[in-house]
Write a protein that binds this ligand. Structure first.
Ligand code: ADP
Length: 161
């Protein structure tokens, strides 16, 4: 059984993340979407909100399970028999980060492979930060976030930014 983990902050989830989840779910028997909790990072949406939002958009994808963890992603993968980490690769910055992350992970456990997926064309320039910027300047985010979450994301970002 091929099991993978797609970790991220998802603060908030974008159509780019969802696209990666849908495509990765077709490549593996099981895909864990792991909402990461890094005490050194400041999030706009708390853990429960990020998990709940992710569960809402993944509920119809049968082989996806949404979890959260403040542990090392690798430890989560090992504990859940996952041999693959999925990440998105948009640009050179992502490339540099992912290369470093891979080397770090590989030095700890060389059995776990990283699978990088390019974004679909619409999502190439999309990031959680750009969604925050758009809301801050009262621009429409309909094309960038799952429609079922649009109002919640917009309202909470307006209150908090
Ligand atoms: P992190 O804080 O781990 O970078 P993010 O939530 O920003 O978490 O992203 C999680 C993963 O999704 C990363 O691999 C990132 O490159 C990827 N990703 C983010 N936005 C997009 C997008 N628009 N298209 C494809 N992949 C994306």
């Amino acid at each position: 059984m091929k099991i993978a983990v797609y970790p991220g902050s998802f603060d908030p989830i974008s159509n780019g993340h969802l696209d990666i989840i849908k495509r990765a779910s077709c490549l593996f028997d099981k895909l864990y979407v792991l909402v990461s909790i890094n005490p050194n990072k400041k999030y706009v949406f708390n853990e429960v909100e990020r998990v709940e939002m992710m569960k809402k958009v993944c509920k119809d994808i049968k082989n996806v399970e949404v979890c959260s963890s403040s542990n090392l992603v690798l430890n989560f993968a090992i504990k859940n028999n996952a041999r693959y980490l999925v990440r998105g690769l948009r640009n050179h910055n992502d490339f540099d980060n992912e290369m470093q992350l891979f080397q770090f992970n590989h030095s700890i456990n060389s059995n776990i492979e990283t699978i990088l997926l390019f974004p679909s064309a619409n999502n190439l320039f999309l990031s959680s930060s750009s969604i925050k910027e758009l809301v801050k300047f009262n621009s429409d985010i309909s094309n960038y976030v799952p429609s079922v979450l649009k109002d919640e994301i917009e309202t909470k970002l307006k209150e908090r930014l």
